[in-house]
Ligand binder design. Structure first.
Ligand code: HEC
Length: 90
């Protein structure tokens, strides 16, 4: 009896974990689609080519306005921001 309860609990935990990763995959796919629709016209992420906006490869952890060869506005170039999950959110 005790074993049956434990097995049921393990099953529940397992199915939760599976749901979680399916949701994360769906999120990543939705994010990629959103990026292409809303940002892809001006920003490259798969290559280091600058278009209307600077490419965004390796963006997290890098200083704002620091891509060589992109003509940033003084506001962004001199902002002193380093892009992290936090500074990108705000
Ligand atoms: C209409 C064109 C355009 C679109 C669309 C656009 N951006 Fe930009 N983005 C720019 C330009 C131009 C700059 C440089 C701004 C400056 O120099 O002040 C920039 C700068 C950035 C930067 C700072 C890069 C750096 O090197 O510091 C980030 C991050 C960024 N954009 C993210 C996004 C995201 C995410 C989206 C979609 C939600 C997006 N952008 C949509 C044109 C665009």
């Amino acid at each position: 009896m005790r074993n049956a309860v434990l097995a049921a609990m393990a099953l529940v935990a397992l199915s939760w974990a599976t749901h979680e990763s399916v949701a994360q995959e769906a999120d990543a796919a939705a994010g990629e689609r959103l990026f292409r629709q809303r940002c892809g016209a001006c920003h490259q992420i798969a290559t280091t080519r600058n278009c209307a906006g600077p490419h965004l490869q390796g963006m997290v952890g890098r200083a704002a306005g620091s891509i060589k060869g992109f003509n940033y506005s003084p506001a962004l170039r001199d902002s002193g921001i380093t892009w992290t999950a936090d500074t990108l959110e705000s």
